[in-house]
Write a protein that binds this ligand. Sequence first.
Ligand code: SME
Length: 161
Amino acid sequence: MLDITIDKDQPAAEFYADLTSSAAALVDGEPDAIANMANVAALIWQYVPGLNWAGFYRVIDSELVLGPFQGKTACIRIAIGAGVCGAAAATGDVQRVADVHAFPGHIACDADSRSELVVPVMKDGKVIAVLDLDSPLPDRFTPADEAGMTALVGAITNNLG
Ligand code: SME
């Protein structure tokens, strides 16, 4: 087991550099995508404040299927294009949503969720999964969170599927 300690109070760029190197170390040499998603969801849950859900959906047979996560029980299957996760999967673009109630088709798995960040996991030009982060705080996710989580996902993509 790795001994990971990350200073939550340092500036975002340094925080995400540490989070990304910790995630990369966790998945290093491990080919099982489910095990890696489980550990990365736990890492994010432990160190990123203000979340009520953190985890993955995987693209299986042209829909999103619930993967490893931390938080309350969640919707199991989401159609590509539906809600915030479905939009990320359909477009391949990060979705950073300040107010989920204003997002057309938002799927309220947890009524507490107010803002959301979804980062697609891309392999060979295709979306193979999404990293979904939900917060009970309005407008929780900053451009620095988007950049940091995008870099984190990019660093571990080869071990996620
Ligand atoms: N709110 C999401 C659904 C997934 S859960 O929040 C875990 C969405 O609209 O994509």
